[in-house]
Design a protein around this ligand. Structure first.
Ligand code: GLA
Length: 378
């Protein structure tokens, strides 16, 4: 639904936008905290999207970015080459800087951007990647999907300073309806795998702010683990490339908590690759079991779950779901639950358990694998 962003652009700046584009949020089926360790991820794009309508700035406003969103309708005005504020507009400035370095935006180019989204922020659905990808696609429609993903990734990683991996921007740019994307984050090899299973999203209602959260800490721990493991295996570049048959050696070489973090990454890497094979063969029962295992590894070894997420996953298991796990960075946000085509019991079972534990409902929606970024008509 591109209208709200286009209407907002019109209302705010009194003119018609030059272009518009939208990009989806995502859930990751399996392969958590593997992307920045050079391992595989298996996300799908979800129907909830962010739309950006863009146009040039006012005459004489060299180097100025004016941004507005339907969330508060307040115009943020900044010079995108100056120091960035701690605001959502920093993502937009990051995209402009990256497009400038690709010579798509002129050195003192100006822009006006209006944004509308039906993605909740901080729910683990990668709203920031959807924002950056939508803006990049609207400003540079001729770039290839992988280039758009690169621009959005560097905007978030290099300019905003969130030490994320490439998963979120990649699926937002490359997502395909009815498919999951197996993306190998070291080789950058992408494989679309048909995904038509029933998937529920359960929102625990707990929000987190990534840049302030545990992601940066975990990433530093993984880097420290690689530094130490290089003594054993000098050619090691990515933690995910540690041979799984050498797990004992890894355990001996690392103190806690680095040991637990590294065991998660190495086993999750093997699990995600195996899960992708099972999905391709439509072996959903076995695939689902790996989702439970992945959650357990995130909870116990990577310590990125939360009591609310554990309640949802536990209730899903008891209620007969094929699989369930936290998705995205964790520490709150959303859980994914894989259910049979005919299942009617799992959602009410989760609802009851959650209400009993927290005295409030956990909104449940069913999602289908949806399209990646595309241009919208203005
Ligand atoms: C966040 C990051 C991703 C990825 C996940 C964990 O969503 O943005 O790059 O690291 O956490 O798998």
């Amino acid at each position: 639904m591109p209208r709200p962003a286009i209407d907002l652009f019109h209302e705010t700046f009194g003119t018609t936008p030059r272009a518009a584009a939208s990009a989806p949020g995502r859930v990751n089926l399996i392969g958590e905290h593997t992307d920045y360790n050079g391992g595989p991820v298996l996300p799908i794009a979800i129907p909830a999207r962010t739309t950006a309508a863009v146009g040039p700035g006012a005459p004489g406003d060299a180097g100025v970015l004016e941004a507005v969103s339907t969330r508060d309708r307040t115009v943020v005005r900044l010079k995108w080459q100056d120091e960035l504020p701690r605001s959502w507009a920093a993502y937009l400035a990051g995209v402009l800087r990256e497009l400038w370095s690709l010579a798509v935006v002129p050195p003192h180019g100006s822009a006006r951007i209006a944004v509308a989204s039906d993605l909740p922020v901080g729910a683990g659905l990668a709203s920031s990647a959807a924002l950056a990808v939508a803006v990049a696609k609207a400003l540079a429609p001729a770039l290839k999907p992988r280039q758009i993903a690169g621009v959005a990734f560097r905007a978030e990683h290099d300019h905003v300073g969130v030490r994320c991996g490439v998963m979120d921007q990649t699926i937002a740019a490359l997502g395909k309806p009815d498919h999951a994307l197996l993306f190998e984050c070291a080789s950058l090899e992408a494989t679309q795998i048909p995904f038509g299973a029933r998937l529920l999203l359960v929102d625990t209602g707990k929000r987190h702010e990534l840049s302030a959260g545990g992601l940066n800490v975990r990433r530093a721990e993984c880097e420290e683990a690689v530094k130490r493991l290089k003594v054993e295996l000098p050619e090691l570049v990515w933690l995910a490339s540690w041979p799984p048959e050498w797990l004992l050696r890894l355990k001996r070489a690392l103190p806690e908590p680095l040991r637990s973090r590294a065991v998660h990454v190495v086993s999750e890497t093997a699990r995600a690759r195996f899960a992708a094979q099972l999905l391709a063969q439509r072996k959903l029962k076995q695939f689902g079991r790996l989702l439970y295992e992945s959650h357990e590894s995130c909870r116990r070894l990577y310590e990125c779950s939360s009591p609310e997420l554990d309640t949802v996953v536990g209730a899903a298991k008891r209620g007969g779901a094929l699989g369930a796990r936290l998705t995205g960075a964790g520490w709150g946000g959303v859980a994914v639950v894989l259910v049979n085509q005919t299942d009617k019991k799992t959602a009410p079972a989760i609802q009851r358990a959650f209400e009993r534990a927290y005295g409030r409902p956990a909104p449940i929606t069913e999602v289908k694998a949806s399209a990646g970024a595309h241009a919208e008509r203005v």
